[in-house]
Design a protein around this ligand. Structure first.
Ligand code: COA
Length: 258
């Protein structure tokens, strides 16, 4: 996989995707969004890859937002299309990916950058990271799911404050708010994410995919998440991994999942 704006570091059973436009603080232009879609699509198909870490290149930014230079002269319908296609290709796509995605937030995560981290399944930040949704300071609003996912993660009041003030919060505040799970020094960020990925990869990928579906169902309008859980729980009983996991337990050995 060769990309103009991404680096892919494929380890034995997980991969690190790095957005690599450091001179633009890794801002998401159209090409980067399309490459990210392509990379996540391919990695999800790759059965050896059981977890994905996404991060930004350099020590300053995770992703400093959507590329403002690309949409500055858009009209209403082009604006709507930008949000619709971005959500479909990248943000919803990652949220619903069956392979777990961990965001390693290594610096500024602003606008589309924070939205990318929020679309990931969970987040870890370095101490230097700063997070915010500054769109209203540009006369626009978050368009890649920020108005929906931020309240889900931090509650309505904090989300309203963060979006209305267009302010940035520190990594430590983000942890207090529940936006990130851990805060570590920058030079420990990837190793912690890799440690978390290494724990995930030993578990059943089939079960983890079912967990992602079930947890996401909690946030879908008109969907009864409990019913989705029941359905996914039942389906698990028909899988190789269930037979292997339970047999391995009874035989007092480590399971060998698919
Ligand atoms: N879109 C396009 N280019 C961006 C960008 C974005 N979202 N964020 C940063 N860049 C570019 C800058 O234009 C600059 O490019 P240049 O060197 O060709 O002029 C380069 O990245 C470095 O950014 P700069 O602003 O010089 O760095 P800084 O340390 O002074 O400030 C930020 C860092 C993150 C505070 C500042 O870049 C910023 O506010 N970015 C926009 C954040 C934003 O509003 N995102 C939401 C978009 S909807």
């Amino acid at each position: 996989m060769n990309y103009n704006n991404l680096l892919i570091d494929r380890k034995e059973n997980y991969a690190i995707v790095t957005v690599n436009r450091p001179s633009k603080l890794n801002a998401l232009n159209k090409e980067t969004i399309s490459e990210l879609h392509d990379a996540f699509f391919s990695l999800e198909k790759d059965k050896q890859i059981k977890a994905i870490i996404i991060t930004g290149s350099g020590e300053k930014a995770f992703v400093a937002g959507a590329d403002i230079s690309e949409f500055a002269d858009f009209n209403e319908s082009e604006g709507a299309e930008l949000a619709r296609s971005g959500q479909e290709l990248l943000f919803d796509f990652i949220q619903n990916l069956s392979t777990p995605v961990i965001a390693a937030v290594n610096g500024f995560a602003l606008g589309g950058g924070l939205e990318l981290a929020m679309a990931s399944h969970f987040r870890v930040a370095s101490l230097n990271a700063k997070m915010g949704l500054p769109e209203v300071s540009l006369g626009v609003i978050p368009g890649y799911g920020g108005t929906q996912r931020l309240p889900q993660l931090v509650g309505k009041g904090k989300a309203m404050e963060m979006i209305m003030t267009a302010g940035m919060i520190s990594a430590v505040e983000a942890k207090e708010w529940g936006l990130v799970n851990y805060v570590v020094e920058l030079d420990e960020l990837l190793s912690l994410c890799e440690k978390l990925a290494s724990k995930i990869v030993w578990n059943s990928s089939t079960s983890i995919a079912a967990v992602i579906k079930s947890v996401n169902a909690n946030f879908e309008t008109g969907v009864n998440g409990f019913n989705v859980e029941i359905e996914q729980f039942g389906k698990a009983f028909g899988t190789h991994d269930f037979k292997e996991g339970t047999t391995a337990f009874l035989e007092k050995r480590k399971p060998n999942f698919e």
